[in-house]
Write a new protein. Structure first.
Length: 103
């Protein structure tokens, strides 16, 4: 996403950085911060977070519609909450469903 946006904007410096950093396990802390800045500056981070929020809300809605044994619903809800819960997410209230949080 960041690469596509940098390309569309003609941002050669960001493209070069992303290409150089991809797969580099020895990336310096400074280069990690530069990559993080590219992800933010290109809007890629916000776009991905928006998509995650939309998919999480869709999943919660579908899970809430499941008609199953209450124990199954409780386990599915707890599992969903464990993998998808993010207190900063705008969908945090949706994630609660009608099941208890995992211990």
């Amino acid at each position: 996403m960041a690469r596509a946006r940098a390309h569309a904007d003609g941002d050669i410096a960001s493209l070069t950085l992303l290409d150089r950093a991809l797969g580099d396990r020895g990336l310096s802390d400074q280069d990690v911060e530069l990559v993080r800045a590219v992800l933010t500056d290109t809007g890629a981070k916000d776009l991905v977070n928006t998509k995650i929020d939309r998919l999480t809300a869709d999943s919660a809605r579908h899970l809430a519609a499941v008609t199953a044994d209450p124990t199954v619903r409780e386990h599915l809800g707890a599992l969903f909450h464990a993998v998808a819960a993010d207190v900063d997410s705008p969908n945090a209230s949706i994630l609660a469903l009608d099941t208890p949080s995992p211990p």
